[in-house]
Design a protein around this ligand. Structure first.
Ligand code: AMP
Ligand code: MG
Length: 401
Protein backbone atom coordinates (compact mmCIF):
# COMPACT_ATOMS: atom_id res chain seq x y z
CA UNK A 1 0.00 0.00 0.00
CA UNK A 2 1.65 3.22 -1.21
CA UNK A 3 0.53 6.08 1.02
CA UNK A 4 -0.22 9.45 -0.53
CA UNK A 5 -0.70 12.76 1.29
CA UNK A 6 -4.10 14.12 2.32
CA UNK A 7 -3.79 17.01 -0.14
CA UNK A 8 -2.92 14.64 -3.00
CA UNK A 9 -5.88 12.39 -2.12
CA UNK A 10 -8.11 15.46 -2.12
CA UNK A 11 -6.75 16.59 -5.52
CA UNK A 12 -7.11 13.14 -7.11
CA UNK A 13 -10.74 12.93 -5.97
CA UNK A 14 -11.40 16.40 -7.32
CA UNK A 15 -9.88 15.51 -10.71
CA UNK A 16 -11.97 12.34 -10.91
CA UNK A 17 -15.30 14.12 -10.44
CA UNK A 18 -17.55 14.14 -13.51
CA UNK A 19 -19.32 17.38 -14.48
CA UNK A 20 -22.59 17.85 -12.56
CA UNK A 21 -25.81 16.82 -14.34
CA UNK A 22 -28.94 18.95 -14.29
CA UNK A 23 -32.53 17.99 -13.52
CA UNK A 24 -35.93 19.65 -13.21
CA UNK A 25 -37.45 18.91 -9.82
CA UNK A 26 -40.55 19.98 -7.89
CA UNK A 27 -40.03 23.10 -5.75
CA UNK A 28 -41.14 21.17 -2.69
CA UNK A 29 -38.01 18.96 -3.04
CA UNK A 30 -35.55 21.69 -3.95
CA UNK A 31 -34.09 22.50 -0.52
CA UNK A 32 -30.24 22.19 -0.53
CA UNK A 33 -30.08 21.80 -4.33
CA UNK A 34 -28.02 24.26 -6.39
CA UNK A 35 -29.69 26.36 -9.09
CA UNK A 36 -28.51 25.38 -12.57
CA UNK A 37 -29.94 28.51 -14.27
CA UNK A 38 -30.50 32.20 -13.49
CA UNK A 39 -34.07 32.77 -12.30
CA UNK A 40 -35.79 35.63 -14.13
CA UNK A 41 -38.57 37.65 -12.51
CA UNK A 42 -41.87 36.87 -14.28
CA UNK A 43 -43.44 40.04 -12.83
CA UNK A 44 -42.48 43.11 -10.87
CA UNK A 45 -41.64 42.73 -7.17
CA UNK A 46 -43.91 43.87 -5.67
CA UNK A 47 -46.32 43.55 -8.61
CA UNK A 48 -48.27 46.68 -7.54
CA UNK A 49 -47.84 49.52 -5.02
CA UNK A 50 -48.47 47.34 -1.98
CA UNK A 51 -49.68 48.84 1.26
CA UNK A 52 -47.65 47.85 4.29
CA UNK A 53 -50.06 48.93 7.04
CA UNK A 54 -53.72 48.55 7.89
CA UNK A 55 -55.24 52.02 8.10
CA UNK A 56 -56.44 54.65 5.68
CA UNK A 57 -55.15 55.85 2.31
CA UNK A 58 -55.55 59.43 1.13
CA UNK A 59 -54.23 61.94 -1.34
CA UNK A 60 -51.39 63.73 0.52
CA UNK A 61 -52.20 67.00 -1.26
CA UNK A 62 -55.52 67.12 0.64
CA UNK A 63 -53.89 66.80 4.07
CA UNK A 64 -54.65 69.93 6.07
CA UNK A 65 -52.97 69.24 9.42
CA UNK A 66 -53.30 67.55 12.80
CA UNK A 67 -56.90 66.85 13.85
CA UNK A 68 -58.32 66.99 10.32
CA UNK A 69 -61.56 65.04 9.87
CA UNK A 70 -61.94 63.10 6.62
CA UNK A 71 -64.99 61.19 5.48
CA UNK A 72 -64.44 57.54 4.60
CA UNK A 73 -65.24 56.07 1.22
CA UNK A 74 -65.14 52.27 1.13
CA UNK A 75 -62.50 49.66 1.93
CA UNK A 76 -59.55 48.40 -0.16
CA UNK A 77 -59.23 44.74 0.68
CA UNK A 78 -56.23 42.42 0.06
CA UNK A 79 -56.98 39.99 -2.77
CA UNK A 80 -59.41 42.40 -4.48
CA UNK A 81 -58.67 44.41 -7.66
CA UNK A 82 -57.33 47.95 -7.15
CA UNK A 83 -59.92 50.20 -5.46
CA UNK A 84 -60.50 53.79 -6.61
CA UNK A 85 -60.89 56.91 -4.42
CA UNK A 86 -63.11 59.13 -6.56
CA UNK A 87 -63.25 62.11 -4.19
CA UNK A 88 -59.77 63.34 -3.18
CA UNK A 89 -61.12 65.11 -0.07
CA UNK A 90 -62.12 61.72 1.36
CA UNK A 91 -60.03 58.82 2.67
CA UNK A 92 -60.40 55.07 2.10
CA UNK A 93 -59.82 52.28 4.58
CA UNK A 94 -57.09 49.89 3.45
CA UNK A 95 -55.62 46.49 4.34
CA UNK A 96 -51.95 45.42 4.34
CA UNK A 97 -51.17 43.62 1.11
CA UNK A 98 -53.83 45.35 -0.99
CA UNK A 99 -52.93 47.49 -4.04
CA UNK A 100 -52.81 51.22 -3.29
CA UNK A 101 -56.20 52.68 -4.37
CA UNK A 102 -56.11 54.88 -7.46
CA UNK A 103 -56.31 58.55 -6.38
CA UNK A 104 -54.24 58.06 -3.20
CA UNK A 105 -50.50 58.33 -2.52
CA UNK A 106 -50.05 57.81 1.26
CA UNK A 107 -51.20 55.44 3.97
CA UNK A 108 -51.74 56.39 7.62
CA UNK A 109 -51.92 53.45 10.03
CA UNK A 110 -54.90 52.96 12.37
CA UNK A 111 -52.57 53.80 15.29
CA UNK A 112 -52.43 57.42 14.03
CA UNK A 113 -56.13 57.97 13.39
CA UNK A 114 -59.26 57.98 15.47
CA UNK A 115 -61.93 56.08 13.68
CA UNK A 116 -65.54 57.26 13.82
CA UNK A 117 -68.65 55.74 12.24
CA UNK A 118 -68.17 57.18 8.74
CA UNK A 119 -65.03 59.29 9.14
CA UNK A 120 -61.52 59.46 10.66
CA UNK A 121 -59.72 62.14 12.66
CA UNK A 122 -56.05 62.30 11.64
CA UNK A 123 -53.82 62.30 14.74
CA UNK A 124 -50.66 63.12 12.80
CA UNK A 125 -49.01 66.36 11.79
CA UNK A 126 -47.36 65.15 8.63
CA UNK A 127 -48.23 62.95 5.64
CA UNK A 128 -45.46 62.05 3.21
CA UNK A 129 -46.04 60.88 -0.36
CA UNK A 130 -45.38 57.12 -0.50
CA UNK A 131 -45.65 56.66 3.26
CA UNK A 132 -46.32 53.00 4.22
CA UNK A 133 -46.31 51.99 0.56
CA UNK A 134 -43.96 49.36 -0.87
CA UNK A 135 -43.55 50.70 -4.45
CA UNK A 136 -44.16 48.48 -7.47
CA UNK A 137 -40.90 46.93 -8.87
CA UNK A 138 -38.80 48.46 -6.07
CA UNK A 139 -37.36 45.02 -5.13
CA UNK A 140 -36.93 43.59 -8.64
CA UNK A 141 -38.21 44.54 -12.08
CA UNK A 142 -39.90 41.98 -14.38
CA UNK A 143 -37.23 40.42 -16.65
CA UNK A 144 -34.34 41.03 -14.25
CA UNK A 145 -32.45 38.23 -12.49
CA UNK A 146 -34.16 37.28 -9.24
CA UNK A 147 -31.64 34.62 -8.11
CA UNK A 148 -28.30 33.76 -9.69
CA UNK A 149 -27.34 30.37 -11.09
CA UNK A 150 -25.12 28.53 -8.60
CA UNK A 151 -27.10 29.69 -5.55
CA UNK A 152 -27.73 27.01 -2.93
CA UNK A 153 -31.47 26.76 -2.45
CA UNK A 154 -32.68 27.29 1.12
CA UNK A 155 -35.91 28.59 2.62
CA UNK A 156 -35.48 32.18 1.30
CA UNK A 157 -34.87 30.95 -2.26
CA UNK A 158 -37.86 28.57 -2.01
CA UNK A 159 -39.99 31.57 -1.04
CA UNK A 160 -38.72 33.62 -4.00
CA UNK A 161 -39.19 30.75 -6.47
CA UNK A 162 -42.68 30.07 -5.14
CA UNK A 163 -43.58 33.75 -5.40
CA UNK A 164 -42.40 33.68 -9.02
CA UNK A 165 -45.10 31.11 -9.75
CA UNK A 166 -42.68 28.21 -10.16
CA UNK A 167 -43.80 24.69 -9.32
CA UNK A 168 -40.53 23.17 -10.50
CA UNK A 169 -36.97 24.36 -10.85
CA UNK A 170 -33.85 23.43 -12.81
CA UNK A 171 -31.05 22.36 -10.49
CA UNK A 172 -27.89 20.30 -10.49
CA UNK A 173 -28.87 16.69 -9.83
CA UNK A 174 -27.79 15.07 -6.60
CA UNK A 175 -25.93 11.76 -6.83
CA UNK A 176 -27.69 8.50 -6.01
CA UNK A 177 -25.64 7.02 -3.20
CA UNK A 178 -25.38 3.41 -2.05
CA UNK A 179 -23.75 2.54 1.27
CA UNK A 180 -22.39 -1.01 1.29
CA UNK A 181 -21.32 -2.23 4.73
CA UNK A 182 -19.19 -5.36 4.94
CA UNK A 183 -18.15 -7.65 7.79
CA UNK A 184 -19.09 -11.14 8.97
CA UNK A 185 -19.07 -9.97 12.59
CA UNK A 186 -21.77 -7.35 12.00
CA UNK A 187 -25.47 -8.02 12.42
CA UNK A 188 -28.53 -5.86 11.98
CA UNK A 189 -30.05 -4.13 14.96
CA UNK A 190 -33.08 -6.45 14.98
CA UNK A 191 -30.92 -9.61 15.23
CA UNK A 192 -30.59 -11.88 18.21
CA UNK A 193 -26.96 -10.97 18.83
CA UNK A 194 -24.34 -13.56 19.86
CA UNK A 195 -21.39 -12.72 22.15
CA UNK A 196 -18.86 -12.63 19.31
CA UNK A 197 -20.99 -10.39 17.12
CA UNK A 198 -21.47 -6.63 16.88
CA UNK A 199 -24.45 -4.58 15.81
CA UNK A 200 -23.51 -2.73 12.68
CA UNK A 201 -23.74 1.02 12.93
CA UNK A 202 -21.73 2.47 10.06
CA UNK A 203 -24.72 2.30 7.71
CA UNK A 204 -26.94 4.45 9.95
CA UNK A 205 -24.00 6.69 10.90
CA UNK A 206 -23.07 7.42 7.27
CA UNK A 207 -26.74 7.80 6.34
CA UNK A 208 -27.09 10.47 9.05
CA UNK A 209 -23.89 12.25 7.95
CA UNK A 210 -25.07 12.37 4.33
CA UNK A 211 -28.60 13.43 5.25
CA UNK A 212 -27.14 16.18 7.44
CA UNK A 213 -25.60 17.66 4.30
CA UNK A 214 -28.80 17.46 2.28
CA UNK A 215 -28.32 14.14 0.46
CA UNK A 216 -31.45 12.04 0.43
CA UNK A 217 -31.12 9.47 -2.35
CA UNK A 218 -29.32 6.88 -0.23
CA UNK A 219 -29.72 3.12 -0.17
CA UNK A 220 -27.99 0.81 2.36
CA UNK A 221 -27.03 -2.81 1.93
CA UNK A 222 -24.87 -5.24 3.92
CA UNK A 223 -22.68 -7.98 2.46
CA UNK A 224 -20.65 -10.62 4.33
CA UNK A 225 -16.88 -10.96 3.80
CA UNK A 226 -17.34 -13.29 0.85
CA UNK A 227 -15.59 -12.40 -2.40
CA UNK A 228 -18.23 -13.82 -4.72
CA UNK A 229 -21.17 -12.28 -2.82
CA UNK A 230 -19.31 -8.97 -2.73
CA UNK A 231 -18.69 -9.22 -6.46
CA UNK A 232 -22.33 -9.78 -7.37
CA UNK A 233 -23.60 -7.12 -4.96
CA UNK A 234 -21.07 -4.49 -6.04
CA UNK A 235 -21.65 -5.18 -9.75
CA UNK A 236 -25.38 -4.62 -9.15
CA UNK A 237 -24.77 -1.55 -7.01
CA UNK A 238 -22.55 0.06 -9.63
CA UNK A 239 -25.46 -0.06 -12.06
CA UNK A 240 -27.85 1.68 -9.67
CA UNK A 241 -25.63 4.28 -8.01
CA UNK A 242 -23.58 7.33 -8.93
CA UNK A 243 -21.46 7.08 -5.80
CA UNK A 244 -20.77 3.93 -3.77
CA UNK A 245 -19.50 4.12 -0.19
CA UNK A 246 -18.10 0.84 1.03
CA UNK A 247 -17.46 0.42 4.74
CA UNK A 248 -14.78 -2.08 5.77
CA UNK A 249 -12.75 -4.70 3.94
CA UNK A 250 -10.05 -2.36 2.56
CA UNK A 251 -7.23 -3.16 5.02
CA UNK A 252 -4.68 -5.97 4.85
CA UNK A 253 -6.66 -8.74 6.57
CA UNK A 254 -7.25 -12.11 4.91
CA UNK A 255 -10.97 -11.26 4.55
CA UNK A 256 -10.45 -7.73 3.25
CA UNK A 257 -11.61 -8.48 -0.29
CA UNK A 258 -12.76 -5.06 -1.44
CA UNK A 259 -9.74 -3.94 -3.53
CA UNK A 260 -9.58 -7.18 -5.54
CA UNK A 261 -13.36 -7.41 -5.95
CA UNK A 262 -13.56 -3.80 -7.16
CA UNK A 263 -10.81 -4.53 -9.68
CA UNK A 264 -12.87 -7.48 -10.97
CA UNK A 265 -15.96 -5.29 -11.35
CA UNK A 266 -13.99 -2.89 -13.56
CA UNK A 267 -13.53 -0.08 -11.06
CA UNK A 268 -10.19 1.61 -11.69
CA UNK A 269 -8.17 2.23 -8.54
CA UNK A 270 -7.03 5.86 -8.18
CA UNK A 271 -5.41 5.47 -4.77
CA UNK A 272 -5.25 3.05 -1.87
CA UNK A 273 -3.73 4.36 1.34
CA UNK A 274 -3.44 7.90 2.68
CA UNK A 275 -0.85 9.05 5.22
CA UNK A 276 -3.47 10.00 7.78
CA UNK A 277 -4.78 8.80 11.12
CA UNK A 278 -7.43 7.57 11.31
CA UNK A 279 -8.33 6.27 7.86
CA UNK A 280 -4.97 5.08 6.51
CA UNK A 281 -6.35 2.22 4.34
CA UNK A 282 -8.86 4.44 2.50
CA UNK A 283 -9.43 3.36 -1.13
CA UNK A 284 -10.78 5.47 -4.00
CA UNK A 285 -11.58 4.57 -7.59
CA UNK A 286 -13.82 5.25 -10.55
CA UNK A 287 -15.76 3.42 -13.23
CA UNK A 288 -16.97 5.78 -15.97
CA UNK A 289 -18.92 8.53 -14.16
CA UNK A 290 -19.29 6.38 -11.01
CA UNK A 291 -17.15 6.98 -7.96
CA UNK A 292 -16.28 4.40 -5.32
CA UNK A 293 -14.97 5.25 -1.87
CA UNK A 294 -13.61 2.32 0.15
CA UNK A 295 -13.77 3.50 3.75
CA UNK A 296 -12.03 1.69 6.59
CA UNK A 297 -14.68 -0.02 8.76
CA UNK A 298 -13.58 1.48 12.05
CA UNK A 299 -16.48 3.88 12.74
CA UNK A 300 -14.22 6.85 13.59
CA UNK A 301 -12.24 6.33 10.37
CA UNK A 302 -15.35 5.85 8.26
CA UNK A 303 -16.98 9.03 9.58
CA UNK A 304 -13.79 11.12 9.42
CA UNK A 305 -13.07 10.08 5.81
CA UNK A 306 -16.69 10.70 4.84
CA UNK A 307 -16.67 14.23 6.23
CA UNK A 308 -13.18 15.07 4.98
CA UNK A 309 -13.40 13.61 1.45
CA UNK A 310 -16.82 12.23 0.52
CA UNK A 311 -19.09 15.14 1.50
CA UNK A 312 -16.98 17.77 -0.35
CA UNK A 313 -16.93 15.50 -3.42
CA UNK A 314 -20.70 14.95 -3.27
CA UNK A 315 -21.22 18.68 -2.96
CA UNK A 316 -19.08 19.45 -6.01
CA UNK A 317 -20.97 16.74 -7.92
CA UNK A 318 -24.19 18.53 -6.94
CA UNK A 319 -23.03 21.88 -8.33
CA UNK A 320 -21.73 23.49 -5.12
CA UNK A 321 -18.85 25.75 -6.12
CA UNK A 322 -17.64 27.01 -2.77
CA UNK A 323 -16.43 24.55 -0.17
CA UNK A 324 -15.77 26.78 2.77
CA UNK A 325 -13.06 25.70 5.11
CA UNK A 326 -13.61 26.51 8.79
CA UNK A 327 -10.60 26.92 11.06
CA UNK A 328 -10.49 26.99 14.83
CA UNK A 329 -7.84 27.92 17.37
CA UNK A 330 -6.23 25.30 19.58
CA UNK A 331 -7.07 26.01 23.23
CA UNK A 332 -4.17 23.87 24.48
CA UNK A 333 -0.91 22.43 23.12
CA UNK A 334 -1.01 19.02 21.41
CA UNK A 335 1.90 16.65 20.76
CA UNK A 336 1.64 14.11 17.95
CA UNK A 337 4.24 11.41 17.54
CA UNK A 338 3.47 10.07 14.06
CA UNK A 339 4.57 11.52 10.69
CA UNK A 340 0.97 11.52 9.40
CA UNK A 341 -1.85 14.03 9.06
CA UNK A 342 -3.87 13.54 12.22
CA UNK A 343 -7.61 14.15 12.42
CA UNK A 344 -8.04 14.78 16.11
CA UNK A 345 -11.47 14.70 17.81
CA UNK A 346 -11.96 17.95 19.72
CA UNK A 347 -14.53 19.80 21.73
CA UNK A 348 -15.27 23.49 21.22
CA UNK A 349 -14.94 25.31 24.55
CA UNK A 350 -16.73 28.45 25.70
CA UNK A 351 -14.00 30.64 24.12
CA UNK A 352 -14.73 29.00 20.75
CA UNK A 353 -11.32 27.27 20.92
CA UNK A 354 -10.88 23.56 20.40
CA UNK A 355 -9.44 21.13 22.94
CA UNK A 356 -8.81 17.40 22.42
CA UNK A 357 -11.18 14.91 24.05
CA UNK A 358 -9.68 11.88 25.74
CA UNK A 359 -10.27 8.66 23.85
CA UNK A 360 -9.01 5.08 23.70
CA UNK A 361 -7.57 5.20 20.20
CA UNK A 362 -9.28 5.31 16.85
CA UNK A 363 -11.57 2.34 17.64
CA UNK A 364 -13.26 4.32 20.41
CA UNK A 365 -16.31 5.94 18.92
CA UNK A 366 -18.08 6.30 22.27
CA UNK A 367 -15.86 9.30 23.08
CA UNK A 368 -17.05 11.03 19.91
CA UNK A 369 -20.39 11.80 21.52
CA UNK A 370 -18.75 14.39 23.77
CA UNK A 371 -16.70 15.91 20.93
CA UNK A 372 -17.78 18.56 18.43
CA UNK A 373 -15.75 17.45 15.42
CA UNK A 374 -12.11 17.07 14.49
CA UNK A 375 -9.20 19.30 13.59
CA UNK A 376 -6.68 18.48 10.92
CA UNK A 377 -3.09 18.55 12.16
CA UNK A 378 -0.57 18.48 9.28
CA UNK A 379 2.36 16.02 9.24
CA UNK A 380 5.20 18.56 9.07
CA UNK A 381 5.52 19.05 12.81
CA UNK A 382 4.95 17.15 16.05
CA UNK A 383 4.21 20.09 18.33
CA UNK A 384 1.07 22.12 17.98
CA UNK A 385 0.83 25.17 20.21
CA UNK A 386 -2.16 26.79 21.88
CA UNK A 387 -3.27 29.77 19.78
CA UNK A 388 -2.52 28.12 16.41
CA UNK A 389 -5.36 27.74 13.90
CA UNK A 390 -6.23 24.51 12.11
CA UNK A 391 -8.97 23.28 9.83
CA UNK A 392 -12.01 22.12 11.78
CA UNK A 393 -14.81 19.86 10.54
CA UNK A 394 -17.89 19.42 12.75
CA UNK A 395 -19.50 15.99 13.13
CA UNK A 396 -22.94 17.54 13.02
CA UNK A 397 -23.71 19.45 9.85
CA UNK A 398 -26.16 22.02 11.17
CA UNK A 399 -24.24 22.79 14.34
CA UNK A 400 -20.69 24.03 14.68
CA UNK A 401 -20.10 22.73 18.20
P1 AMP B 1 -12.49 -3.50 8.71
O1 AMP B 1 -12.15 -2.20 8.06
O2 AMP B 1 -13.46 -4.29 7.94
O3 AMP B 1 -11.22 -4.25 9.03
O4 AMP B 1 -13.17 -3.14 10.09
C1 AMP B 1 -12.45 -2.44 11.08
C2 AMP B 1 -13.19 -2.43 12.40
O5 AMP B 1 -14.39 -1.70 12.27
C3 AMP B 1 -13.61 -3.81 12.89
O6 AMP B 1 -13.42 -3.86 14.29
C4 AMP B 1 -15.07 -3.89 12.54
O7 AMP B 1 -15.80 -4.75 13.37
C5 AMP B 1 -15.52 -2.46 12.68
N1 AMP B 1 -16.64 -2.21 11.78
C6 AMP B 1 -16.61 -2.42 10.46
N2 AMP B 1 -17.80 -2.11 9.93
C7 AMP B 1 -18.59 -1.68 10.94
C8 AMP B 1 -19.94 -1.27 11.02
N3 AMP B 1 -20.74 -1.21 9.96
N4 AMP B 1 -20.42 -0.91 12.23
C9 AMP B 1 -19.64 -0.98 13.31
N5 AMP B 1 -18.37 -1.39 13.31
C10 AMP B 1 -17.83 -1.75 12.14
MG1 MG C 1 -14.21 -6.17 8.01
Amino acid sequence: MMLISVSRAERLICEALPAPKTATIPLSHANYFVLAVDIIAKRDYPPFHRMTKDGIALSSSCFAGYGQCMKLSGYAQAGKPQAVLEDATMAIEVATGAPLPRGTDAVIPYEEVEKQAEAVILNTDHVRVGENIHPQASDCRKGNVLINKGTIIGSPEIAILGSNGMQSVEVYAKPRIVIVTTGDELVSVDSNIKPHQLYRSNDVMLLAALQGHGFTSIHCTHVPDDASLLYSELAKTLDAADVVLISGGVSKGAYDFIPEVLKKTGVKKIFHGVSQRPGKPMWFGKKGRKLVFGLPGNPVSALTCTLRYVIPALKKLSGYSKSHCVTKTLGEAVDINVPLTVFLPVKVNTNNEVVPVSHNGSGDFISLAESSGFIELPPETNHFYAGECYRFIPWRASCQC
